[in-house]
Design a protein around this ligand. Structure first.
Ligand code: ZN
Length: 612
């Protein structure tokens, strides 16, 4: 998932096809289950292997209703199957073969973990059939009124299962350590199309009944569903875009580098193993930049800038097809293994496609964001590995993205790019379709690159606070020029003396972020000249609004209101509401009341803690 970077996107290099390096020996045994503080599951006793969903989508009731059939593999002495649920109404559970009704138990509701579902099983039990429905408040699901869509005529349903929200729409073992294949039948209103993180339809059918098959095993957080008035536009035989009709043309144009990105990623780190790679452009309330649902990345429309300037987001979500979806963090404490690797990989794809100067800009923006966020965190929240027991992992710090990427860049620079790329390729091949703990990664690194490990302080990076002194320093000449202009303006040069006409949106963002705290009137002069409050580029606009609010300016309030009520991407709305709460809490509260109904439950949960 992409959520923290202020600015987007990402990188690359070289890379010839590498052969299996000598570091790779026989495939390691599948590791034992490690305790996951965010799941009740006990897969070491009985483990889900396959899921069959049969669901009806009811927009009037805001409800999914039907059955989930879970095929299991149990130890001979296993007495029960333990699942995670959140706000589900369980009508019945039947054991197969035989169809006997099981006397299941639902535990007490924990505000973060939901309720444990215990199903007694016998030595013969091969699967359980759970008849259930979701609650209208299910955390994973957002039910959009027609007015909140691009087409304005039909409703829209979208899901966000990561990190621990899958349990609010399917009863399952909601830990990234349990992978399963799945099939689904989904019934929707006839005028809408359903898509999932699976083999997808490319056109509407008359019955409104869609069949899905996902032959590659995935962890629960990669279960996804979208239902809306969708159209599909192919790029080639393995990639394309789904979007609402009013958005499809602009989306297809914006993301047309997708086939090249897939090719570039494969050249570096091995074959793309998920068959198709399609994109689903969602309504603007989607809480994240993107979500790497296998075969179908979910995307915010706020990256459609008209000039492809924010497409590094695609590189990020695509990179997850290796780091995350293929080799998966074992628990959310190991989240950096998903996001640090992916952010590094994203930067490498961008470097290879758009050049080193371009990717250095993105690295630099990432480091700016990282420093800003680290400054707000307690030292024990600044490591790559994080103990998130007792917390909602959705609210964990975003610092693991860029700090993890910097750590991998340090390893690359220490090992040399060729050797490092061979290491990564072998890592993805060796651990494909497995989960990974931080400890296991460090062991593998020690074995494969002992000389490199000796020269970097791995422990400080993974468990220590701040940015270690040996961190690589991205360098962008373009940004150095922009910084000089920002300094001149702060010291009194008029806005007219700045020539932004040839600047990329990244340079604009960096210019804004490089300005010191100025008086509101000083900033307003910039706005009069460059109309930054009206920027159509979401990254430029959010950087500008944040800078203006920091200065105490109220002249941007109309632009703030427009921005916060027309999209719900958490990365944008959270910092702005935080700043408003400091400068004008009454305005913040009024605005939140207006904006909240348009936000996804994930965003609402975050903001409810901030605006109150
Ligand atoms: Zn991500």
């Amino acid at each position: 998932m992409k959520r923290i970077l202020l600015l987007v996107l990402l990188a690359a290099a070289c890379s010839k096809e590498t052969t299996t390096p000598s570091t790779q020996t026989a495939p390691p045994p599948v590791p034992a289950y490690v305790r996951d503080p965010h799941s009740y599951a006990r897969p070491e006793e009985a483990r889900v292997k396959h899921l069959v969903l049969d669901l009806t989508v009811d927009f009037a009731k805001k409800q999914l209703s039907g059955t989930a059939t879970l095929s299991i593999e149990a130890q001979p002495n296993a007495k029960e199957l333990v699942l995670d649920t959140s706000e589900l109404t369980i009508r019945s559970v039947k054991l197969q073969p035989g169809g006997a009704t099981a006397q299941f138990t639902l535990g007490n509701a924990d505000p973060i973990l939901g309720r444990k579902l215990e199903i007694p099983i016998t030595a013969d039990t091969k699967s359980v059939v759970i008849d259930y429905n979701t609650a209208p408040t299910a955390h994973a699901l957002q039910w959009l009124e027609p007015a909140m869509t691009a087409g304005k005529k039909h409703p829209f349903l979208l899901s966000q299962s990561q990190a621990i929200n899958a349990r609010s729409w399917v009863p399952l073992q909601d830990t990234p350590q349990v992978r399963f294949t799945y099939d689904a039948t989904v019934r929707v209103p006839k005028e809408l199309m359903a898509v999932m993180s699976a083999e997808n339809p490319t056109s509407r059918n008359e019955q409104g009944v869609y069949q899905f098959r996902m032959p590659q095993p995935v962890p629960s957080y990669l279960l996804a569903i979208g239902v809306g008035d969708l159209e599909f536009r192919p790029y080639d035989t393995r990639s394309g875009v789904y979007a609402e009709i009013p958005v499809i043309e602009a989306a297809a144009r914006e993301f047309s580098d997708t086939p090249k990105m897939i090719h570039t990623a494969e050249e570096m780190y091995g074959p793309y193993r998920w068959s198709r790679y399609d994109l689903l452009v969602l309504p603007p309330s989607f809480p994240y930049g993107g979500m790497e649902n296998p075969r179908l990345t979910f995307l915010t429309p706020t990256v459609i800038a008209g000039d492809k300037s924010l497409v590094s987001l695609i590189a990020h979500e695509l990179a997850h097809s290796w780091s995350g979806n293929l080799v998966t963090n074992a628990t959310w404490n190991d989240f950096w293994l998903n996001e640090g690797f992916t952010t590094y990989f994203e930067h490498r794809i961008v470097e290879k496609l758009y050049g080193r100067e371009y990717s250095e800009m993105l690295w630099t923006l990432g480091v700016t964001d990282l420093k800003e966020e680290l400054a707000t965190l307690a030292p024990n929240k600044q490591g790559l590995y994080m103990d998130l027991s007792g917390e909602n992992p959705d609210d964990g710090p975003g610092t693991v993205y860029e700090k993890g990427a910097l750590f991998l860049r340090l390893l690359e620079e220490t090992a040399g790019r060729e050797k490092w790329d061979s290491f990564l390729r072998a890592y993805f091949d060796t651990f494909a379709f497995q989960s990974m703990t931080t400890t296991r990664f460090v062991e593998y690194l020690n074995t494969a690159l002992p000389d490199v490990v000796k020269r970097v302080n791995v422990k400080e990076w993974i468990y220590g606070s701040g940015i270690p002194a040996n961190a690589p320093q991205p360098k962008s000449e373009a940004f150095a020029r922009v910084e000089a202009q920002a300094k001149a303006f702060a010291e009194g040069a008029p806005a007219e003396s700045i020539d932004m006409s040839k600047w990329s949106s990244h340079e604009r963002v960096h210019f804004i972020q490089s300005l010191p705290n100025l008086y509101p009137e000083h900033l307003e002069a910039l706005d009069r000249h460059f109309h930054l409050s009206e920027s159509g580029n979401s990254e430029v606009l959010s950087a500008w609004l944040e800078k203006s609010l920091d200065s105490g300016s109220k002249s941007v309030f109309p632009a703030v209101e427009r921005f916060l009520t027309t999209q719900g991407r958490r990365k944008f709305v959270r910092p702005i509401f935080e700043k408003l709460m400091k400068t004008d809490p009454a305005f913040a509260k009024r605005l939140y009341e207006k904006a909240r109904p348009g936000y996804h439950p994930v965003t609402q949960a975050t903001l409810d803690e901030i605006v109150r």
